[in-house]
Design a binder for this molecule. Structure first.
Ligand SMILES: [Zn+2]
Ligand SMILES: [Zn+2]
Ligand SMILES: [Zn+2]
Length: 280
């Protein structure tokens, strides 16, 4: 293989992320709200609950591995809208309603793929899932039921799904510990990393250590005003200033934020995520 051809193939191996939802727990527009953002005609102000698809691409650029981050109450519509036809595994970041309530609809993928699908979470997350949704777990494929195989995440220990490696770390979400993820392509040694850090109020030194060298950072940024369990704008900007990623995308956004007006104030390398946004 010539050097140029090799470079081309190397370039094709990548990770991409598609935002399926970028809203806070109640979504935007909010039920019963008459504010300007909830009535905005800008599609970027319509935010389903927060979720993303991460894809690992092979040397020819085709998708090798598809991993879903969280199963929101909007799961069904998100899958239809983004035309998702395959999910190799799901990672549940934490046991909050806006991140788990769509799990039952995973059974469509069991039927389409004719296989049991792995669902990853920390011991604590899986324990809570078993209490509320015990019936979704099964090591064998069942008709009419979700068939999800529980896979335990150990904080600090990287795990592999297809061509991607995930490094999990704790995020302090005040009322619960959320799982942050640093994602890399297994085929590219020391390749660029993508970090997914939603639902966080503050980060400890271990989280900052895990985020060292992050290329693309997806970060919680609820609104400008302070909030007990989510980062506001000032707190999110402080994390970006310390991690120094090449670029950052803010997510889990509330109705106080007008996409067009707010983004105009941001530096070029920091963007507001919107539903359907694709990041390579
Ligand atoms: Zn949330
Ligand atoms: Zn509103
Ligand atoms: Zn949460």
């Amino acid at each position: 293989m010539t050097r140029a051809l090799f470079a081309l193939h190397f370039e094709s191996m990548k990770i991409s992320l598609e935002f399926l939802g970028t809203g806070t727990s109640v979504g935007v527009p909010m039920i019963g709200c008459d504010c300007a953002v909830c009535h905005s005609a800008d599609a970027r102000d319509k935010r389903l609950r927060s979720s993303a698809i991460v894809r690992g691409h092979g040397a020819d650029g085709s998708v090798d591995t598809t991993v879903l981050l969280d199963t929101t109450p909007d799961f069904r519509y998100q899958m239809l809208r983004a035309k998702i036809r395959r999910i190799d595994a799901v990672i549940i970041t934490h046991f909050h309603a806006d991140h788990i309530m769509g799990i039952d609809d995973m059974r469509r993928f069991n039927i389409i793929q004719k296989q049991v699908i792995d669902v990853w979470g920390t011991a604590k997350t899986l324990e809570s899932m078993r209490k509320s949704f015990g019936y979704v777990f099964s090591d064998t494929l069942r008709a009419g039921w979700p068939s999800l195989r529980a896979r335990e995440i150990t904080i600090g220990e990287p795990f592999q799904i297809g061509c991607m490696t995930f490094l999990p770390f704790d995020l302090d979400h005040e009322v619960i510990i959320n799982t942050g993820l640093k994602i890399q392509h297994t085929g590219i040694e020391n390749g660029p990393s993508l970090a997914y850090c939603l639902d966080v109020k503050r980060m400890d030194e271990k989280a900052f250590a895990a985020l060292k060298g992050t290329d693309t950072l997806v970060l919680d940024m609820l609104r400008e005003a302070n909030h007990p369990t989510h980062m506001n704008f000032i707190e999110a900007m402080a994390v970006v200033a310390r991690v120094k990623p090449r670029r950052a995308y803010f997510g889990h956004i509330a109705h106080e934020i007008s996409h067009a007006m707010f983004e105009a104030r941001l530096p070029e390398n920091i963007r507001l995520a919107y539903d359907g946004m694709l990041v390579d």
